[in-house]
Design a protein around this ligand. Structure first.
Ligand code: NAI
Ligand code: MG
Length: 332
């Protein structure tokens, strides 16, 4: 039996999590759920946005599903705390155009792999006499780990090319190191093409010729920005899933937040959360179930009869979910 930590969080986090769990329950997999708290409601109740108990539970289970939380001003981030504690060093974001969903280009299918633990998000910020300073920490070990992850990902997912994105012409030491590690790693994967671009050029290529990308590997801040740009290419926040992967843990979450503007109305698009669940099932080795859920969702989207308002429809979250489950039952 596989154990899953379930962190619904706040706002639509709870609504899309209900959808994801209903889908999982329809699969007749042997899963045990451990419900855990995080976010604003948790803070109001317990005085902390992420109790130690939540981290303890997440460390012990095989994977974590995370809905979304409302950020509490002045408090640390629940998701960053989890990423750090579980050492989830790789952030994976598929950029894939889906049938029936407005995408800037048809047939887009690439993956962004972002280093999740250091770079400009190392948390090394301080005030100085005349302003403030942030340290951009790049270590050899973390660079090796993420570059190796990218090539291994390419290998196991039949991807042909890995592109490193950096700004080594200006950030000569930090990104110079990252680029050097990338090409050293590439030597061990002769069957996979490797190349690199500057981050500013990459931002333009995402818009002008995104089909040149297959697997993109980059440092923390660049990855954060590029993955939102990527989400914009393929239908926006309601559609984009993500995975945070470590040596012995994985956390799966939609890219969107708690959406206070639509929370409580039951109209959130469950696709990003369901696709995150698909990524979790793949991570757990449940490939058949993963494909079943993915195909069932894609069928609903393609038919276009049951769509949430953000996709131009009128259907509620759980009605869309019921249609997905109906398809799962048909394929079973
Ligand atoms: P957001 O992602 O919650 O919402 C942005 C816009 O997209 C809103 O108009 C919302 O209605 C829409 N949207 C998002 N997800 C949707 C879905 N599944 N279906 C339909 N429409 C959807 O970002 P926002 O408004 O900047 O942040 C709201 C709260 O969420 C803040 O407290 C923020 O800090 C937090 N947040 C949390 C994240 C997390 O838990 N990982 C990530 C991003 C934001
Ligand atoms: Mg972001």
């Amino acid at each position: 039996m596989k154990k899953i930590t379930v962190i619904p969080g706040d706002g639509i986090g709870k609504e899309v999590m209900e959808a994801a769990i209903s889908v999982l329950n329809s699969l007749e997999l042997n899963l045990e759920y451990k419900i855990a708290e995080a976010g604003n409601e948790c803070f109001q109740k317990n005085g902390t946005i992420i109790p130690d108990e939540t981290i303890k539970i997440a460390k012990k289970t095989d994977a974590t599903l995370f809905g979304a939380v409302t950020t509490v001003p002045g408090q640390k981030s629940a998701i960053i705390t989890l990423r750090k504690n579980l050492d989830l060093f790789a952030n994976l974001r598929p950029i894939k155009s889906l049938p029936g969903i407005k995408s800037l280009y048809p047939n887009l299918d690439f993956v962004i792999i972002r280093e999740n633990t250091e770079g400009l998000y190392s948390g090394l910020e301080e005030y100085t006499p005349d302003g403030a300073n942030a340290t951009r920490l790049i270590t050899k070990n973390a660079s090796i780990r993420i570059c190796k992850f990218a090539f291994e990902y390419a290998k196991t997912n039949n991807r042909n090319k890995v592109t490193a994105v950096h700004k080594a012409n200006v950030l000569k030491k930090t990104d110079g190191l990252f680029k050097e590690v990338f090409y050293n790693t590439a030597k061990n994967y002769q069957d996979i093409e490797s190349n690199d671009y500057y981050v500013d050029a990459t931002a333009m290529y995402f818009v002008t010729k995104p089909h040149i990308f297959d697997v993109v590997v980059t440092t923390n801040l660049f990855g954060d920005i590029l993955s939102d740009e990527g989400a914009g290419l393929v239908g926006g926040l309601g559609m984009t899933p993500s995975a945070n992967i470590g040596e012995d843990n994985g956390l799966f979450e939609p890219v969107h937040g708690s959406a206070p503007d639509i929370a409580g109305k039951g109209i959130a698009n469950p696709s990003a959360m369901i696709l995150s669940t698909v990524m979790m099932l793949k991570h757990l080795g449940e490939l058949e179930s993963a494909n079943l859920v993915e195909n069932s969702l894609l069928k609903v989207l393609k038919e276009g009869k049951f769509l949430t308002p953000d996709l131009g429809g009128k259907t509620k979250t759980m009605e869309v979910t019921r249609e997905v489950i109906k398809n799962i039952k048909i394929y079973f």
